[in-house]
Structures are given as C-alpha cells and as structure tokens.
Write a protein that binds this ligand. Structure first.
Ligand code: GLN
Length: 319
C-alpha cells in the first residue's frame, strides 16, 4: 500500500475535519439562487489513494455542481485529444494575476490560462470545433459528460439543469468575455459562440460529490489511470500539463500563496469544492460552500494548511 498505516493516517484526516468544521468564516456564493440557497454547514472530505484506499467523512454524498473544478477536466480532454501544441496555440500558461472572470487577455491576445473563465470558454470552443466537429450538440454534451464520468471511475456524476439555466441567465460577464475573444479572433474557425458558451455553462453545471471527485483527483494523481477501474483515461503528459497549471493557476488570485504555503496542485470552484492532487499518492476532494474574499472555500483552504502542517506533502518538502 502507498499509505501503509491507512487507519493511522485517516485518524489525522478526521482531526483536521473537526478542526475545520468550527471555521464559520466566509460567504456562500450568491450570484445564482441555487448556490445562494446552499447550506453553509455542509462540510465533507473524501480521499482516494492511487491504490484505491478510500476514506470519507461528513457530507460526502450530497451532490454539488463542479463549477470551476470542471476547468482542469475540460483542459485535460483537450490536451488528450489535440495535444499540447494545438491547445496552447489558443491559450497561455501564465497566471493572470486578476480575477477569474476579469475582462482581460494576455499580450498575445490569448486567454492567460485554461483555469480562468476566458481560458475555459476557449477550451470549450476547442472541444466543440476541433474534436469530432461532426458531433451534434447532444452528442458533444454526452461525450464530455462521459469523459468526466470515466475520470470518476463511473461514480456519481450528473447534471443540474436548474443551475445550467441560471448560469446562462446570469452570465453577462461570461458573454462579454466570449465576445471580447471573438473580437480578437481567439477561436478556431467556424466556432459558434452561443453553442460554445452553452457547453461552458453545461460543464460548470455537471454535478458530483466529494467521493466521486476524490476519484477524479486520484486519476490525476495516478498519471491518468483511474485507480478504481484501472482504465487508462489520460496520457501522463496530459496529466503533467494539467497539474502544472493547477499548481500555478488553480486557486484564483490565491494561487501564488497557495503554491508557496501548501505546494500541492489544486483547483477550487464557486460551489465550495476543492480538488487536490498529491502526485503518486492520492486525490482529495473537500466541499464546504462558504468562500473567502478570493473565492476559495474557507474550510477547504484551512484543511490543506492543516494537512501540510502535519504531513510532508508540499512539493518541496524533503529536499
Ligand atoms: N459558473 C461560474 C462562472 O462562470 C464558475 C466560476 C467559478 O467557479 N469560479 O462564473
């Protein structure tokens, strides 16, 4: 086993869980009713190691929408199907240093990276126009959802239509980003902007829980092979690129501090989920809706800090 004394390890995870539970900081996202109505008490932590050991505590089977946690996944599919060279003709690798939905492109008039809204919308246009362009909208939705599901080893993955409809309704900024990129000819030829935006909102509205998300994280931790099904879902070079950008850009405007303090590739979403990948060891997912000023889950960030305070999972520990 990769973690020989698993019960001893999970005892610590339980301690961190209870410690973070008393953290009542932060505010639940309020830009759509479905998120605004989330109970701020929800708090769950799930772990899946690369050899399939599992542990969950708290609200780990209640579904939540992936939101920005879908960004590394769509980026992974694009890399897998198109290769790094093609994907990065369209999108950069640099932290933007700005808000995740800021109306800004880099010096080459490309989105800064695939982990912010502009970059993720662009990646959706690549999924739509470059990968099997003959697919209908319905087939493209199924294709993307099935891919997410494979990453999760076939475990809980759904779609929340109410969130999708709300996202599409409350999306002035995302449309502004979409048009701004069209003005600068960012998309592949023949991109239909409305359809591309819909795919982006659909990806944000996919629904999972801590348990299934921890399997997705574990698939990334395991070089693209799902530890539950043993299926090879991604190539190691795709995984490397995804983890590199999660490390530098995954935590919004806290990414630099998070890379410094925690040193683990991670991605957070506005529903309060946090995906963490400890390469060659395990995947972790935490979920707690209240967010800090920068949009990261308060309990989630605290959990990460507790974890590296006790264990040497920081990328630059043990040198
Ligand atoms: N649906 C949100 C948006 O597009 C996702 C962003 C997030 O999770 N930060 O603005």
């Amino acid at each position: 086993f990769i973690i020989p004394d698993f019960p001893g390890f999970t005892k610590h995870i339980e301690d961190f869980y209870w410690k973070c539970k008393s953290n009542i900081e932060g505010k639940v996202a309020a830009y759509i009713p479905q998120l605004a109505h989330m109970n701020s008490e929800y708090w769950g932590v799930s772990i899946c190691t690369i050899d399939g050991q599992r542990f969950s505590i708290g609200d780990t089977t209640i579904p939540f929408t992936l939101q920005s946690c879908s960004k590394p996944l769509t980026y992974a599919i694009a890399l897998e199907k198109l290769g790094q060279e093609v994907v990065h003709k369209y999108v950069g690798q640099e932290p933007s240093g700005r808000n995740f939905n800021e109306l800004v492109l880099d010096h080459n008039k490309k989105p800064h990276n695939p982990m912010i809204n502009a970059g993720a919308i662009l990646v959706c246009s690549l999924l739509k126009s470059l990968i099997k362009p003959e697919m209908t909208l319905a087939e493209k939705f199924d294709f993307t959802m099935n891919y997410f599901k494979k990453l999760a080893g076939g475990e809980s993955l759904g779609f929340n239509n109410a969130v999708f409809l709300s996202e599409r309704e409350a999306a002035d900024r995302n449309y502004a980003l979409g048009f701004y990129m069209r003005e600068h000819k960012c998309y592949p030829e023949k991109t239909n902007l409305r359809e591309c935006m819909d795919l982006y909102f659909q990806c944000c509205s996919m629904e999972a829980n801590c348990e299934s998300m921890s399997v997705m994280a574990a698939t990334l931790a395991n070089g693209g092979i799902c530890p539950i099904t043993e299926e090879k879902v991604l190539r190691p070079d795709s995984v490397r690129d995804v983890l590199s950008l999660m490390h530098s850009c995954g935590m919004y405007d806290y990414s630099g501090q998070f890379a410094f303090k925690v040193g683990i590739p991670a991605k957070s979403g506005v529903s309060g989920s946090l995906l963490m990948v400890i390469p060659n060891v395990m995947g972790i997912c935490t979920w707690s809706p209240p967010l800090d000023m920068l949009g990261n889950s308060c309990r989630g960030v605290q959990f990460c800090e507790e974890l590296v305070g006790e264990f040497n999972f920081h990328r630059y520990d043990n040198l």
